[in-house]
Structures are given as structure tokens and as C-alpha cells.
Write a protein that binds this ligand. Structure first.
Ligand SMILES: Nc1ncnc2c1ncn2[C@@H]1O[C@H](COP(=O)(O)OP(=O)(O)OP(=O)(O)O)[C@@H](O)[C@H]1O
Ligand SMILES: [Mg+2]
Length: 212
């Protein structure tokens, strides 16, 4: 069991607290927040009825999402070019958690795309990085929920920025046709790319109105 009792999370999202693994500084341990788990328990009946995404533990969603065909039967090794590796579920003093590759630049934890965009704006180097990321999404038909800049971090490889998804894999369509059909997967990925740009532009223009 991994003891997290004396460790502070290095980051925290809407659903999970993220810790550096005390036994391996290259991995990240994500624990679903207590209040979120309580909400899930309360909504369980509704989840069973409607399979609502909100009432689904993010760690469980991620575990299933890493089992998608694009990842389990990849076209080639480039599947990992823009994706944090998933090591599986682990037991911690705070309950079950997911363990993933911690994306770092030297010894610093990688910053999010959101952070970068707020600070630097849409620079040429980040446009290039987003472009390579899009090519990869289209090549592998990787199924993601909406791609939000705080779920992507920036890894510098030979001085070039490479985007890495650290959260948000999965399929957000109610009827999961993209999981079973290449045609629907292609359409689904195009829609995610277009919504990613809506979200980026919304972030860059002061978040007015509905980003979609
Ligand atoms: N593998 C990783 N490498 C580097 N930083 C990470 C990694 N995983 C998470 N982070 C940092 O922790 C933050 C929260 O993690 P994550 O997005 O997994 O939590 P979440 O609660 O599921 O998010 P959301 O609010 O999108 O539901 C990220 O925005 C990022 O800054
Ligand atoms: Mg997140």
C-alpha cells in the first residue's frame, strides 16, 4: 500500500488530487476526492438508470478508456507520443488510486497547455505543437472526451514542445458508435478537434459565454 498521509498533492483537478508517488518520482498517483466519491454514491441509482457520465468515478473511466482499441492494438509505437502511460490501479492510504506516468521536464512537473496559453498566447511554437497533436489524433482515432487545455501538459523534447494528454480519454457520446466503427470514430475525432479549438479560443478571449 502506498502511504500518502504526509504528502501534499502537487496539483488538484475538479475530481482528483494528484500526488508524486513516494516510491517512484516518475509516476503520479491520482485519488478521487472524498466529496466526489460521496456524490457518486448518492447518484448511483441514477447512474445505473441513465449511465450518466458525471456520476462515474474518473479513475474507473480512465481505466476503461485506456482499454480502447487504439491503445491496446496500436498502429505503431507513436500511440505513446502524446499520451501519458497508464500503470494501473494501486492501493493507497487514501483509497484506490490510479498510477500514471508523471510528465516532467528535467525535474520540474510539466505545465498545462492552459497555463502556457494564458501566459504566452497562441505562439508559433504552440501552434506547431497543437498541429502535431491533431495529426496524431487523426492517425490513431484516439477517443477522448472534450479536449480541455488543463488536461494537456507540455513536454519539451529536443527543445520542441510536445503535447501530452494526462486526463480525459474516453468517449463522451451517449451511444458509443465511435468505439465500434472507423467511420464514426473519424467523425468523432474531428468533432473533438473542432471543440478543442473552440475551448482554446474561449480561453484566449476571456471566457465569455458558452465555450461550445
Ligand atoms: N501525469 C501527469 N503529469 C503531469 N501533471 C499532471 C499529470 N496528471 C495530472 N497532472 C496535473 O494535475 C492536474 C489535475 O489532474 P487531472 O486532470 O488528472 O485531475 P481531474 O480532477 O481528473 O481533472 P478534471 O478537473 O479535468 O476532472 C492537471 O491539470 C495537471 O496540472
Ligand atoms: Mg483533468
Amino acid at each position: 500500500m502506498i502511504d500518502l498521509s504526509n504528502i501534499k498533492p502537487f496539483a488538484s483537478g475538479g475530481n482528483r488530487n494528484c500526488y508524486i508517488n513516494p516510491n517512484n518520482a516518475n509516476t503520479c498517483i491520482k485519488v478521487t476526492k472524498k466529496e466526489i466519491l460521496e456524490k457518486i454514491k448518492k447518484d448511483k441509482v441514477w447512474y445505473k438508470k441513465f449511465r450518466s457520465n458525471e456520476s462515474f468515478d474518473d479513475n474507473l473511466r480512465e481505466q476503461l478508456a485506456y482499454k480502447q482499441k487504439a491503445i491496446t492494438s496500436p498502429i505503431d509505437n507513436s500511440i505513446w507520443d502524446h499520451l501519458a502511460k497508464w500503470n494501473g490501479m494501486v492501493n493507497t492510504s487514501l483509497g484506490p488510486a490510479s498510477e500514471t506516468e508523471l510528465i516532467k521536464n528535467d525535474d520540474e512537473i510539466a505545465e498545462t497547455l492552459e497555463n502556457y496559453l494564458f501566459r504566452e498566447g497562441l505562439t508559433d511554437e504552440i501552434k506547431l505543437a497543437i498541429n502535431s497533436f491533431e495529426i496524431w489524433l487523426r492517425k490513431h482515432h484516439i477517443l477522448t472526451k472534450n479536449i480541455i487545455p488543463h488536461n494537456i501538459v507540455l513536454k519539451k523534447i529536443d527543445g520542441t514542445i510536445t503535447l501530452k494528454i494526462i486526463d480525459g480519454l474516453g468517449c463522451s457520446s451517449f451511444i458509443p458508435l465511435p468505439k465500434h466503427s472507423k467511420y464514426f470514430a473519424k467523425r468523432y475525432v474531428e468533432r473533438r478537434i473542432s471543440l478543442m479549438w473552440s475551448r482554446i479560443n474561449w480561453d484566449l478571449t476571456g471566457r465569455k459565454g458558452d465555450w461550445k
